[in-house]
Design a protein around this ligand. Structure first.
Ligand code: 6R9
Length: 666
């Protein structure tokens, strides 16, 4: 990619916060000034929201960049912060988790219940020989024990590595091996799409390839038959029989809390390492600031899976450290019906909803009538994460779910950043549909050109982060060099010098996020997708996001994915895959009429340069378990290649459907 990204899309709608929300917001506009005046003091103040067994001596040690240390000398226990302190403050009876199983069974878990389970699980971990610094793999469905298992690890100082339930034997075993884990916590299975889906057989096969595993703790969820080995122990025969007394020991602020693997498009998965004090400080603070959580009255629901970083930071650590009451749902959004989400919002009177653009666009496809049938008046803040949210999807979310009242916060961050970095503040920002707006107080995000110079307003380029932040990744597990190469060698002090760089080079270290972005005329930041996906059409750098947003702005389109396919005349040409909205008729000639109309619509919205060469109408798009579109597979289809790595695909049947449709096309 050369200096800039073409800036084709313009959006002028803007929505200031409701007055009452603004007046009572947890974080107000002065926070930006306060953080700008003294960034480290600002973070130290946020760290004080937590309970420390020993205070820190120094806020940030950046003497050995890019290896940061935060709150040096401080000691705390993460589980104590997420559970015990709320019980000690008299909130033991408060609901922590309203859990809803897919078949409709429910459990209500209070903070006192959570304390009991986490303490019991911590005692069992100790009995099984797990001590501080050991690694534990967690492979579970969305049941309360998933949070309990993570917190129990944190409580005894073990480093957890959560793997999406449903990932393959290969994915699970390579992650266990890379982290050299001693224990797996799993379940017989979980419910997905109306039926039990087994997990234990995958664990059995994986463990057979992983000699480091000494024990497997198995939760009974579905009651399916399971094979049994002498490493296996039932959770209900161990944890649930263990003593509920356990005193949490504090750990060093830089003690490893978890490893979470990100797949990326090439190479082996990267084990992103997060530590204790800085991570909890920023997840807790951002959850408080971005969702304006009022723990006494709000009911919060993040629809992510715990296998995704969003589940770590915004189901477990952020919300629980803030004493939130939240909803946790086991299953898929279309079981038993496509109204399940709205039924749950209505039933639990959810006030803060945090979900992904993929789900919002799916809901658009399913039609406006479904949410219209429910009382969604409890909602006061809506959040989005995972991909750029197209302006039309943002508008639909605000209108049909937020009933035109609620702020929408589009939150940009990554597994690597650990917590939200760029987002509106719901009581401060006049948000624009499709923009993540501005870095949070204490965060320095920037959009730069090839030479790491900030682009002017109206320009596009690469998203970077300039100063270390508390919840930043500390390294890639076992691979410091890859950590430097991947994130720190594109720009700034680390550029082109490999690991020979020293702090004395005088240049600033710049974190390369791998995302394209632009700054609009007011300076607001718009994310434009992964730089690997940027298309080069007749010498113009065009982002996939802008073309997709143009397509989604057409009333017949629910969702779209575009890729640049090799083309003899233009270098690359735009090929678009489009899912029509629910009621759109695409039978016979109607389909061709629609694609012709859509090609013209894009040309009219963005200019002729962005007109797709070809548009395919498809029933589904290939997505990861966290809902990100896998454009690389669509590119393989568009260029008539056999498919690359499909191990992280959510539903493998989708690619067959798309490839078949492609064969039928010219
Ligand atoms: C939290 C999470 C990180 C990548 C990131 C970017 C994309 C996430 C976004 C967004 C535009 C947003 N991304 N949030 N793009 N707007 N609000 O998703 O972590 O799974 O590691 O993915 O997701 O491309 O670089 P992770």
């Amino acid at each position: 990619m050369s200096e800039t990204l073409e800036n084709l899309y313009s959006e002028t709608r803007q929505f200031p916060p409701p007055e009452e929300l603004a007046a009572n917001a947890n974080v107000k506009a002065d926070a930006y000034n306060e953080a700008a005046a003294d960034r480290l003091a600002y973070w130290a103040k946020q760290a004080e929201r937590l309970s420390w067994a020993k205070s820190w001596d120094e806020i940030l040690d950046w003497s050995n960049p890019p290896f940061a240390k935060w709150f040096i000398g401080g000691e705390l226990n993460v589980a104590y912060n997420c559970v015990d302190r709320h019980v000690e403050a008299g909130h033991g009876d408060k609901v922590a988790i309203h859990w809803e199983g897919e078949p409709g069974d429910t459990r209500t878990v209070t903070y006192a219940d959570l304390l009991k389970s986490v303490s019991q699980a911590a005692n069992t971990l100790t009995e099984l020989g797990i001590s501080a610094g050991d690694r534990v793999a967690i492979y579970l469905p969305m049941i309360p024990e998933a949070a309990v298992a993570m917190l129990a690890c944190a409580r005894v100082g073990a480093t957890h590595s959560v793997v999406f339930g449903g990932f393959s034997v290969d994915a699970l075993s390579t992650r266990i091996q890379d982290a050299d884990a001693k224990l797996v916590i799993t379940a017989d299975g979980g419910y997905r799409r109306g039926k039990p889906s087994a997990l234990k057989p995958t664990v059995d096969e994986a463990v057979a390839k992983c000699p480091s595993i000494e024990n497997v703790l198995v939760i009974r969820r579905t009651g399916q038959e399971v094979a049994w080995t002498d490493k296996d122990k039932w959770w209900h025969e161990t944890v649930e029989q263990a003593s509920p007394e356990h005193t949490a020991q504090p750990f060093d602020s830089e003690h490893p809390l978890f490893i979470l693997y990100t797949s990326g498009t090439t190479g082996k998965p990267k084990g992103i390492l997060h530590t204790t004090g800085g991570y909890l400080t920023q997840t807790s603070y951002t959850h408080h600031a971005v969702f304006d959580l009022k723990p006494e009255t709000d009911v919060y629901w993040c629809t992510a899976d715990i296998g995704w970083v969003t589940g770590h930071s915004y189901i477990v650590y952020g919300p629980l450290s803030n004493g939130a009451t939240q909803v946790m749902y086991e299953g898929t959004p279309d079981t038993p019906g496509r109204d399940r989400f709205w039924q749950l919002v209505d039933k639990y009177q959810v006030s803060i909803l945090y979900t992904a653009p993929t789900l919002i666009r799916t809901m658009m496809k399913w039609g406006d009538d479904l949410p219209a049938g429910y009382d969604l008046s409890s909602l006061r803040i809506l959040g989005s994460v995972g991909e750029p949210i197209n302006p039309e999807a943002w508008m639909w979310y605000r209108e049909h779910i937020g009933r035109n009242r609620t702020p929408v916060v589009d939150t940009w961050w990554q597994t690597e950043t650990g917590a939200i970095m760029i987002s509106p503040l719901p009581g401060v920002t006049a948000a624009k549909p499709g923009s993540a707006m501005t870095p949070l107080p204490g965060i320095s995000g920037d959009v730069v050109d090839d030479t790491a110079q900030s682009v002017p307003n109206g320009g596009g380029g690469f998203l970077v982060l300039r100063d270390p932040w508390p919840s930043m990744l500390r390294t890639i597990w076992g691979d410091d060099k890859r950590f430097i190469d991947t994130y720190w060698s594109r720009f700034g002090a680390g550029a082109g010098q490999g690991d020979a760089v020293t702090a004395s080079s005088g240049k600033e270290w710049v974190y390369f996020a791998g995302d394209g972005a632009k700054r609009d005329d007011d300076g607001s930041i718009w994310l434009l997708g992964r730089v690997d996906d940027v298309m080069l059409i007749s010498g113009h750098n065009i982002s996939t996001t802008e073309v997709e947003s143009a397509l989604v702005s057409h009333p017949s389109v629910a969702e779209s994915a575009v890729v640049g396919a090799t083309d003899p005349t233009t270098g690359q040409a735009i090929v678009a895959f489009v899912i029509p909205r629910g009621k759109v008729d695409t039978a016979g000639d109607k389909g061709e009429e629609l694609t012709a109309e859509l090609r013209n619509h894009v040309a009219k919205t963005l200019g002729p340069i962005a007109k797709p060469r070809q548009i395919m109408l498809v029933p589904e798009l290939p997505k990861t378990r966290s809902g990100k579109i896998m454009r690389r597979l669509l590119k393989d289809v568009a260029e008539h290649r056999s498919l690359g790595d499909v191990t992280t695909l959510q539903d493998s049947a989708v690619m067959d459907l798309i490839s078949q449709g492609m064969k039928g096309a010219k």
